[in-house]
Design a binder for this molecule. Structure first.
Ligand code: E4P
Length: 217
């Protein structure tokens, strides 16, 4: 399973990148706002060290404008995945830009039918939002499972990029269901390493070691 980092915080991406945890990055307008940076500048900086796909999202609503924005974003670096919303205009944009050889990430997916039509439009990635479905008492993981089945039934090459990941269990469940990629905030990636029994065991070992009076160095 690939890990994408869902942030535009360059320092946070770098820290995880140095550990080999970054297969790609996703951003969106809210994350750009949070970074306080210019979208073109921060995306260029991310692409200077992340070699996997870096998603940058268009903000226009009409296909012609989306296509123009997408081409400008794609010119930042060869590893840009142009992110478009799952609207009819977004699908038109997906078809055009994927036809021009660009990676396209179709975002804001909340149903299996949306995922099906995005694959038909040539999406490189489909981004189903798990956490936002869970927020309204629907089952985001069921959606990932349904998309996996549909894509496998017809051998669609579109990669399932599980998004809106809120906790470590989401990551494990996506891995079990067979999502190709998860995009998660840095704190969730770090939480994958945590276990209360690890902390407890380490405390015990350290206490016993102190009693030996020994040193290794
Ligand atoms: C995905 O590409 C989105 O940027 C992100 O996962 C949305 O997550 P949120 O629902 O926590 O805002």
């Amino acid at each position: 399973m690939k890990f994408f980092i869902d942030t535009a915080d360059v320092d946070a991406i770098r820290e995880l990148h140095d550990l080999g945890m970054v297969d790609g990055v996703t951003t969106n307008p809210s994350l750009i706002l949070k970074s306080g940076r210019n979208i073109l500048e921060v995306t260029k900086e991310i692409c200077s060290f992340v070699k996997g796909p870096v998603s940058a999202e268009v903000v226009a609503l009409k296909a012609d404008d989306m296509i123009a924005e997408g081409r400008k974003l794609a010119a930042i670096a060869p590893n840009i995945a142009v992110k478009v919303p799952l609207t009819w205009d977004g699908l038109k944009t997906c078809k055009v830009l994927s036809g021009e050889g660009f990676m396209v990430n179709v975002t804001l997916c909340f149903s299996a039918n949306q995922a099906l039509i995005a694959a038909k439009a040539g999406a490189t990635f489909i981004s189903p939002f798990i956490g936002r479905l869970d927020d309204i008492n629907l089952d985001g993981l069921d959606l990932i499972g349904d998309i996996r089945t549909i894509y496998d039934n017809y051998d669609f090459k579109t990669q399932i990029l599980a998004a809106s990941i809120r906790n470590a269990n989401h990551v494990k469940d996506c891995a079990l269901i067979g999502a190709d990629v998860v995009t998660a905030p840095p704190n969730v990636i770090k939480a994958l390493a945590s276990h209360v029994l690890t902390d407890k065991g380490l405390d015990q070992f350290n206490a016993d070691w102190a009693k030996t009076g020994q040193k290794i160095l």
